[in-house]
Design a protein around this ligand. Structure first.
Ligand code: SAM
Length: 296
């Protein structure tokens, strides 16, 4: 357990899909005034060096954010959701060169609103990443707006739902669930936790990442999540991105992943479709590349 370190994978194609979906979801939720409770159950270290040892070892950003940035250099018509994601990247790299990759805690923190009293709750279990996350967040001087705990994100989520009412009395929450799936039981925990969340707080927006790999649990996960949403009479969106194989037929790491969003903002399907229509072909590496978007 805990052999997974996100630094090896930061900025890869899965991060691009995940973080573009996250940014588009948050941008929409933040159109409405009342404050939000934002929960990141598997937070990681928060910030990653793209020129550091870890990312060099994996070099996965070459098939993700670096490839995207290079391809879009002279692209004029960039869809809104993609531009919003690139703007977040640019915020963390003000000198133009992509050296830092912001993980989900920093993406959320960058977009959350002080005036609306949005609150961010972060959970990370890995001893080293939890420490790095805490010291990265400490630099922000965020006070009570951000809470970090070295606790099990699946379990801790339960005590946070339903979220407290905002100043206007409405309860609003977005949960990002992004486990490493290094242990098989993560798949079952995602489904049982989402089932529990829908009972505790049926109107929350739940954003789940999963790997597309040859494993029955991974194959079943999106189906199970869609069934749970349908049973609760809630809407869902499902997006996938596969970059395909190298020319020699190998994949060298993860080739595909997906996102399931329960109670997606109504604008997400159109915005994400436009963005994936550009990102999919740009990140395609070889045979087997594909992208899809479906919704209820
Ligand atoms: N969400 C991050 C992002 O987008 O930047 C990446 C998270 S990474 C895929 C998954 C993280 O979950 C790892 O850092 C791992 O140590 C952590 N983790 C594993 N099991 C956990 C658990 N039960 N509760 C909280 N964190 C856990």
């Amino acid at each position: 357990m805990f052999s997974y370190r996100h630094a090896f994978h930061a900025g890869n194609h899965a991060d691009v899909l995940k973080h573009m979906t996250l940014v588009a979801t948050l941008k929409h939720l933040m159109h409405k005034e009342p404050g939000l409770t934002l929960i990141d159950t598997h937070a990681g270290a928060g910030l990653y060096r793209l020129d550091g040892d870890y990312s060099e070892t994996g070099a996965e950003a070459q098939y993700g954010i670096f490839k995207l940035l290079t391809a879009l250099e002279n692209h004029t018509a960039i869809p809104e959701a993609l531009q919003d994601y690139l703007d977040v990247m640019a915020h963390f790299n003000p000198n133009g060169k992509a050296k830092i990759y912001p993980g989900s805690p920093f993406i959320i923190q960058h977009l959350m609103r002080h005036a609306a009293r949005d609150r961010l709750k972060l959970f990370e279990m890995h001893p080293t990443d939890a420490k790095t996350l805490a010291s990265n967040v400490a630099q922000l001087d965020a006070g009570r707006a951000i809470m970090i705990a070295r606790e099990d994100g699946f379990e801790s989520l339960k005590k946070l739902l339903p979220p407290p009412p905002s100043a206007t009395g409405s309860r609003r929450a977005m949960v990002l669930m992004d486990p490493s799936y290094e242990i098989k039981s993560d798949y079952g925990k995602v489904t049982s936790t989402i089932q529990d969340c829908l009972k505790r707080f049926a109107t929350g927006t739940y954003v789940v990442w999963y790997p597309i790999i040859a494993r029955v649990e991974a194959h079943d996960l999106p189906k199970r999540l869609k069934t749970l949403a349908n049973q609760a009479q809630k809407s869902w969106l499902h997006a996938t991105l596969s970059i395909g194989r190298h020319a020699d037929g190998t994949t060298a790491g993860l080739a595909a992943s997906g996102m399931v969003v329960i109670n997606p903002p109504f604008s997400l399907k159109d915005k994400l479709r436009e963005a994936i229509d550009v990102v999919g072909p740009v990140l395609a590496r070889g045979t087997g590349h594909s992208f899809s978007l479906e919704h209820s």
